[in-house]
Design a binder for this molecule. Structure first.
Ligand code: EPZ
Length: 416
């Protein structure tokens, strides 16, 4: 089992190209089964979640190959509507194949998805969307079975802006008969990326990025092309790393426009930030201070995925920081490990209260999930001595070569 070793107490100095976005790559790859042609995805990140998605694509009948940072998916052959439980269980976003395979095959049978344990993660809104387009949905024994010879356009009112349910609704609607309107849609930038790809395949979809998405169904989609957007959560993590350790870093191929609340929080902590179109430079020389209350919200609010890394960056900040996690019920599983490094954190339900401490100490800690693991790395950079992080298989799901990235930024880090 590999571990990530980080020796703290050294300020950062360096630059890093931001990887392609996991949370865009996964729905894009699932969407490719809708098309009867060859799709090309550039800037595709090398992650275990991407590899798991490719395994599903190959299992249902797609030809998939890579060249450089591009992934090619040929979905022109026959597609089977069945995915083994083992593949479904590897990650949450496998559920996006529900809408895509139902639309392509007229039926689909899947087990409930796996993924990071962040509290209950129901799929009721995904099923609400498919039923609104005429699908017959049965849920029994942990299996989801959906049937509909041809979905028909309709109105989907999402009571809360679920990212996954919005994506599933879009994938089910683009080949439905007639018009669909999705209200209460998620506004995350990754939804915009999905719209751009679907349009490159001939879909008629507008409104992504707003809470109302409109789709006119078409009979068929051809192959398409998409350069995957930069990963705003990976960027937030590496900026938090620099805030935590001190120093100066430059992130290029970034997307500052999609990270406004994260950059605001970092400025509030005393970091100097300069941005260009695809560039973010952060410098932290003086003492860290609390950014004030941080409340996670759907986009354009503060992203829940950046909560753990940012929490780790405020552990030594002057003052007290209150964090409120409104998206997931159990997203403080990284807290005990941070406490074992000397952090002062109290949690009660959705709220965490972090009192800044003078010192953190290295040690042996275990990652509890993807972003929780990133938080341990961020804290380790500000700790005295060496930290050995196990459970790195979680981080490999969403970060391309984290040890290499931290080393490029001037940290003393290696994976073994
Ligand atoms: C996406 O997950 C991301 N994953 C998550 O990132 C991210 O945390 C989340 O959106 C919120 O921004 C991918 O894009 C692959 P949701 P998703 O449906 O689609 C509840 C990471 O670290 N809900 O928007 O699963 C749900 O329980 C991951 O990269 C229902 O109640 O998130 C949660 O409390 C973790 N019923 C809230 O909505 C439903 O049918 C938001 O979930 C669906 C969701």
């Amino acid at each position: 089992m590999s571990v990530l070793k980080i020796t703290g107490g050294r300020s950062l100095e360096g630059s890093l190209r931001v990887q392609g976005a996991k949370n865009s790559a996964l729905p894009l790859l699932a969407a490719s089964v809708l098309t009867e042609g060859l799709s090309v995805f550039r800037n595709c990140p090398r992650l275990t979640d991407v590899a798991a998605t490719v395994d599903i694509l190959r299992h249902v009948g797609c030809r998939v190959y890579g060249e450089g940072d591009a992934l090619y998916v040929d979905a022109s052959g026959p597609i089977s509507p069945e995915v083994p439980d083992e593949l479904m269980g590897r990650m949450r976003s496998s559920v996006i194949f529900l809408g895509a395979l139902l639309s392509r095959c007229g039926e689909v049978s899947l087990s409930l998805p796996g993924g990071c344990e962040l509290g209950p993660r129901p799929v009721d809104l995904h099923l609400l969307a498919l039923r609104a387009l005429g699908a017959e949905v049965t849920e029994a024994g942990g299996r989801l079975c959906c049937r509909c010879a041809r979905l028909r356009g309709g109105r989907i009112d999402l009571p809360s802006p679920s990212v996954g349910a919005t994506e599933n609704a879009m994938l089910a609607a683009v080949r439905a008969r007639g018009n669909t309107v999705i209200t209460g849609a998620a506004r995350e930038p990754e939804i915009r990326d999905l719209q751009e790809y679907l349009r490159s395949c001939g879909a008629l979809v507008t409104g992504a990025g707003s809470s109302v998405i409109r789709i006119r169904g078409v009979e068929k989609l051809g192959g398409g092309e998409k350069r995957i957007m930069p990963d705003r959560i990976a960027a937030a993590t590496y900026l938090a790393a620099c805030a935590s350790a001190g120093g100066r870093v430059r992130l290029y191929d970034a997307c500052p426009g999609d990270m406004v609340p994260v950059l605001q929080a970092l400025r509030g902590m005393g970091c100097e930030l300069r941005t260009g179109e695809n560039l973010i430079m952060l410098e932290r020389r003086g003492p860290l201070r609390s950014p004030g209350p941080v409340i996670t919200r759907p986009h354009p609010g503060f992203p829940t995925d950046a909560q753990p890394p940012l929490m780790a960056a405020v552990l030594k900040a002057q003052g007290t920081t209150v964090m409120i996690e409104t998206i997931f019920e159990s997203r403080y599983r990284h807290v005990p490990a941070l406490r074992s490094m000397g952090a002062d954190i109290r949690t009660a339900g959705k709220t965490a209260v972090i009192r800044g401490v003078e010192r953190l100490r290295g040690g042996e800690v275990h990652a509890s999930d993807l972003r929780g693991g990133a938080a341990l790395a961020v804290a380790a950079l500000a700790a005295e001595g060496e930290t050995v992080i196990s459970g790195t298989e979680y981080m490999d799901r969403g970060y391309e070569d984290m040890a290499g990235a931290l080393t490029a930024l001037g940290a003393e880090a290696c994976s073994e």
